[in-house]
Design a protein around this ligand. Sequence first.
Ligand code: GAL
Length: 738
Amino acid sequence: MRTLAPFNDDWLFCPGDVDARTPDSSFQVVTLPHTNIVLPHHNFDNAEYQFISTYRKRFRLPEARDGRRVYVDFDGAMIACEVFLNGQKVGENEGGYTPFSFDLTDHLNENGDNLLVVRLDSTERPDIPPYGGVVDYLTFGGIYRDVRLRYVEPVHIDKVFARAKDTLTENAVVEIDVTVKNQSAGLQKVWVWAVVSELVKFRGELTPATSRLFDGQVVELEAGSEQTITVSGLWEEPQLWTPEHPNLYEVEVRLTNQDSSQRMDTIFEKFGFREAVFRDDGFYLNGEKIKLRGLNRHQTYPYIGAAAPARLQRKDADIIKYELGCNIVRTSHYPQSPHFLDRCDEIGLLVFEEIPGWQHIGDQDWQGISLRDVRAMIERDRNHPSIVLWGVRINESMDNEAFYTATNALAHKLDPTRQTGGVRYFQSSQFLEDVFTFNDFSNSVQEPEHTPHLVTEFNGHMFPTKSWDQEERQLEHALRHARIQDKAAGMDNVTGAIGWCAFDYNTHREFGSGDRICYHGVSDIFRLPKFAAYFYESQLDPAVRPVLRPATFWTMGDRSEGGVNPLVIFSNCDEVEVFFGDERFGRFQPDRQEFPHLPHPPFQIWGLNLLWGGHKFDDLRVVGYVNGQAVIEQQIEADGVPRALVLEADDAELNADGADMTRLVFKIVDKYGNRLPYTNQVVSFEIEGPAELIGENPFALMGGQAALYVKAGREPGAVTVRATTPRLEAASVTINVK
Ligand code: GAL
């Protein structure tokens, strides 16, 4: 039988290219996911993470091998590595975004000590995508995703591809491609079985409910061969996977010997029943036309590069769906963490996933790696119901007929159920994909030359905006997103628009604001909202949650010429009522003139006269109404005096695994809890208990809000973080590490 053993603990790390003579005492004990360097959130040199490092892992087999093969599976390491077991090279890998495995069996010391060494090259290798040219993002270094040991019988399941057919009929069909590998020295005859189960939430966990065993199939395999067979069966009236009800199913694939007396392998994969098609007149999910509204996501975080554990990965999906109201995310510009994609499946967030690359196409060898990336991405991710499109063209690259004919053919062969896209920034280019995916920086939405058409980026560098920029810039930033989403929503020949981008991100010196950040996010690098985030949030269905966000810091003289005209409010309410202190200013409707196509147009309220003898400059109070009922209220203090230091952790509990992390947000706020965007107070932190603070401490605030991370140690206990700043009361938060 198969065993998967976690292999993230007790690695030794040395930030140098060292050999066996270097003692373990020169190494640091680390837990994966790991970044090769912890950096400030900005103001560093992008050369700092570029070096060769050495990881060692001393281990004994966690359980007896019993004739099985033992593999080490890496989910990802940036960007190239050579791996040695007990002094023997077991393999190498090029590429930082896709998984790779090595068979350790022949060099294992089964009953004694083993030493696994990874020589990891995290330099920007021009021979490996995305490099060769300059790239507008940082790749960071380290074994930054999970690693496992995998024991399998010499005859085992290698891959499973589960998909639904005829989904919208009464008798849906499940087809499961199972690839079986025979690493034994003789002919093998085995049975392949599949059990399909509906998953339901039970005590917060997805648990199999109704199950069905599909008819098994026999497979005969020559020594050293592999074969793919298809097991299929009917499923009547499946619960469809939709953004609102992301119902998931699980397939359990079993391998047995000929008379079924002995189980040799089992693999579980989740999948969903859904039909996703881009057509000339729109994107259809389960036969229903849905306008796509989304944002691009980079996988990097402040301080820790890309080495974010499962909890932070899942949180990003939640932020994009629930805080930014998106129905799609683009994993610009590479395959992202399996934890992120799992969460997209669970919450019903659609995904456009693409291969690593940025504008540059390298030579034949480079293209060979890129084709391997296509394969690795699709083989890893084709069971995810959330993924609706494969990106098989290097982002914004020039035409290359041979290369892109090959990437498209490979994608279609590996996954006949999904369409392909190829992101470009000019329309008159060769269209070899199924969907014309287009970065449209016209500050509008261009009339498509090709359909199906999806806008995959807009805004970004056209209007970089920091969370401490002057109010009118932050407002204009938000309105640019609103105008383009509105325009796209009104065009039947545009399937939707994915903005650049969800979060500010670290980048090379050739891009961004010189401090190694591109301030293109609707949220900052800590995932905290700017006004543009409020626009996206306001598109949520009010049944999910009423949203009411005045896009102002409510000052007399921050905007040019002073005052707050117009007062813009992002909200999904039908009406808003505005008060200045006790004075009622009026009740207003959303601006359907300027934004006729958005589900929830912004409110643009003119005629405020806060200056020179007009309305008394008092606190702003806004009440939101849905169906005539007051459902939400927001207030902003007129005073601008810092009232409190706020400290909040995203999670009350962490796992004592040495890698789990949660975000710790801190803000200086007015008496209603609104951040004060121009405070630059220094905040200092102290931590007590079995955890570590990751980030700059003390931290000089920018934009009135920022975040650190708390990283659990390997002991349980209560962790208390205390934050202090001059002139305000200290704040503290407690997290339980279990
Ligand atoms: C695009 C590119 C993105 C990002 C963006 C900034 O051209 O695809 O990666 O650089 O510009 O607006």
